[in-house]
Design a protein around this ligand. Structure first.
Ligand SMILES: *Cc1c(COP(=O)(O)O)cnc(C)c1O
Length: 455
């Protein structure tokens, strides 16, 4: 939308005032429906997720061979779920709130190959493209042993094709590393906020990194334009890709299996709450879709965004989706949470998933930093700021009686709840960079404490 009448929009949606003032805000969507009623709007099915899962299984022997860090899991890229009791106690104390049920962390931060949630969707989309090219060229059939993709013939074949993507960092890492490994020539168009070490790492892998002084939206647009001029170039479209979305969605059945192994029940009397950091929306949207397909209406998904980049909350709340950006409201989209620095949400994800997401909230960078420090000190888990966005979710759910009432979540049921914070990145952050995150965390903690005592 070229011209947004801000005043008119704020009158219609008073919550926007809070967003504009960069206040931490939450909104539990009253228009959530059952999975059955919402599914037609998603336009994807259990069968689509199954196909993605099967494709990843076909590639697993290849991945185990070319990425030795995945050998132990036989080429399946998956992360652990762990209970974080010390962190739970800390949150309860700090926010003076009881979190009923258990608190767990999904460590996508430590996924192999690229150390973020993007190792799901990004890698999956590159593999899908490679498979299609090779099958079309008569070089591969789905019953083959895919380890043959590591041979010089295949590398030579893929060298004739190129891949491009726009990214704030982590998507570029996943797509760049995977594409380069197969032999593709690959260009990653990086927004200004992307970290230097990510650019360096990609260049080490032989990836072309194109740097922009503007944000993610511009990097994507430029990447798309360059790709259009080259017929052999495949552009990976983070804003609209169903393939990426399905790569993420496989997480649902995988989590269900992990919960089964750990004896964690999810049903009518044992609800599951999942808190997902949201950038453009594909990662959390795809994961939430997979979770809904795996656990049905017993899983409740909430999206978390930085106060400076609340694009999904803005898009869904106003119903304008990708027709509005945070910049249209004068919000700067500047945040330390790399993967979340997105001003305009995916229209596809917002429209597909709005009936399936219980709520949206924003939190400040300062809070992400503070809890980054806590996670290090109390659980010895090192995360990047974005990965802490989920942390406020259990507090908001615990404090909102109306929301729980709407879903008939009484005290006895909440007592059996599992709260799952989806930690989306950090596993590959270099030591010096992590030290500077921790120093910042300490600063914020000190500032917060002195603010409390002077109150
Ligand atoms: C990309 C990313 C997200 C969010 O994924 P989107 O698909 O952009 O919504 C969250 N956390 C981290 C660390 C990321 O890199």
């Amino acid at each position: 939308m070229n011209t947004i009448d801000r005043q008119q929009l704020i009158r219609q949606f008073p919550l926007l005032e809070q967003l504009i003032r960069l206040q931490e805000t939450h909104w539990f969507n009253p228009n959530v429906t059952s999975l059955k009623d919402a599914l037609p709007y998603v336009g994807l099915s259990a069968q689509d997720i199954q196909e993605a899962s099967d494709r990843l299984a076909r590639f697993a022997p290849y991945l185990a061979q070319v990425f030795p860090e995945t050998a132990e899991s036989h080429g399946i890229i998956e992360s652990d779920v762990i209970e974080i009791t010390a962190m739970k106690a800390k949150l309860e104390e700090e926010y003076q709130t009881v979190i009923s049920g258990s608190l767990r962390l999904k460590k996508d931060s430590h996924l192999p190959i690229s150390g973020s949630i993007k190792a799901r969707g990004g890698i999956y989309e590159v593999l899908t493209h490679a498979e299609q090219l090779a099958i079309k060229a008569g070089l591969l059939s789905v019953s083959d042993d895919y380890r043959k993709l590591a041979s010089p013939e295949f590398r030579h074949f893929f060298q004739q094709h190129s891949i491009a993507v726009g990214s704030t960092g982590n998507l570029g890492m996943s797509i760049g590393i995977m594409s380069a490994k197969l032999g593709f020539s690959v260009a990653v168009h990086m927004s200004a906020d992307a970290r230097q070490w990510k650019k360096d790492k990609l260049r080490e892998h032989g990836v072309t990194v194109v740097e922009y002084l503007q944000d993610y939206g511009v990097a994507v647009e430029q990447g798309r334009k360059e790709a259009e001029n080259d017929p052999s170039c495949f552009f990976i479209d983070d804003e609209n890709s169903h393939t990426l979305f399905l790569g993420y969605a496989v997480a649902g059945e995988r989590l269900k299996k992990q919960f089964d192994q750990q004896g964690i029940t999810v049903d009518e009397h044992h609800p599951l709450f999942v808190y997902l950091p949201c950038g453009v929306g594909g990662g959390p949207g795809g994961v939430a879709f997979g979770l809904k397909m795996a656990f049905g209406d017993h899983v409740h998904c909430l999206f978390a965004e930085p106060t400076h980049s609340p694009c999904m909350m803005l898009g869904v709340h106003t119903g304008l989706h990708d027709q509005i950006s945070v910049q249209d409201l004068g919000i700067d989209n500047i945040t330390a949470a790399d993967g979340l620095a997105v001003g305009r949400a995916s229209g596809f994800v917002g429209r597909a998933m709005e009936r399936l997401l219980d709520g949206y909230y924003t939190l400040s960078d300062e809070r992400m930093y503070r809890h980054l420090g806590d996670m290090d000190a109390l659980e010895n888990i090192q995360l990047e700021p974005s990965a802490l966005a989920g942390i406020m979710g259990p507090i908001l759910v615990s404090n909102d009686a109306d929301y729980r009432h709407r879903f008939a979540l009484d005290d006895a049921t909440m007592h059996n709840a599992t709260h799952l914070i989806w930690a989306t990145g950090g596993g590959m952050v270099p030591k010096e960079e992590m030290a500077s995150y921790l120093a910042k965390a300490l600063d914020e903690k000190t500032r917060n404490e002195s603010a409390k005592t002077t109150k």
